[in-house]
Design a protein around this ligand. Structure first.
Ligand code: ADP
Length: 204
């Protein structure tokens, strides 16, 4: 929410003079107390200012930390995602396992002949089919993958928080990042989400 310039002025007055009464704030702005009442209500409701009865208004320091968290949560997925590992539907289970190790990813995305997302294959999908199948070099990944339209995806300009929410609610490890044409351009995983918290440029 954008603040008005008067609300910004009030915040600065409170920062420099806390605790300060509404009357003193109004005096500094050369306005009446009634004129700034609604601004004070808004700023208190937003937790930017805190009011103590008979003492006055304080600036809520915790607010700065919240700003960082807000910034992190609203980051676009494209800033956090990593490169996807995309394979064709006819690739064998055996080769998918090898690729998973070589590329060090936990989930592989499967694309069709038009390069559109058609499936997702996880570590457990590969383990499961490996138990019952001996012909792993001849069995295509398409037999073991979770298919469209059951795939939970995300777009590059969706937020970090939305990605975290979809991963958590659907109990999965990662989301393919797709374009409007269902091309897979990235991957966002539990690891990306966790690492970004550690690497984030915290100001507070
Ligand atoms: P693992 O199976 O290795 O624990 P996941 O928890 O990511 O890894 O996968 C669990 C199941 O959900 C698997 O069958 C997998 O194919 C499927 N899955 C993984 N990612 C997605 C996704 N983005 N959308 C839908 N299903 C998925």
């Amino acid at each position: 929410m954008d603040l008005t310039s008067r609300q910004d002025k009030i915040i600065n007055i409170v920062k420099d003079n806390e605790p300060i009464t509404s009357l003193d704030i109004a005096d500094k702005l050369e306005m009446s107390r009634a004129a700034i009442r609604s601004d004070l209500t808004v700023l208190t409701m937003l937790d930017i200012l805190a009011a103590k009865p008979k003492v006055g208004y304080y600036y809520n320091e915790d607010r700065e930390e919240l700003k960082d968290i807000e910034k992190l949560f609203n980051l676009p997925v494209c800033e956090v995602m990593s490169m996807p590992l995309n394979i064709k539907e006819n690739i064998s289970i055996y080769d998918a396992v090898v690729s998973m190790f070589l590329e060090d990813v936990g989930t592989i995305y499967v694309i069709d002949e038009n390069e559109k997302l058609s499936g997702v294959i996880s570590r457990k999908d590969l383990l499961k089919i490996s138990i019952g199948q001996t012909e792993l070099k001849k069995t295509p990944v398409s037999l073991a993958m979770t298919r469209m339209p059951n795939i939970i995806t995300i777009k590059q300009d969706d937020t970090y928080f939305e990605a975290a929410k979809r991963i958590s609610l659907n109990k999965i490890d990662s989301l393919p990042v797709i374009t409007d044409e269902y091309k897979v351009v990235g991957r966002i995983s539990k690891t990306n989400i966790t690492n970004y918290i550690v690497e984030f440029d915290w100001e507070n």
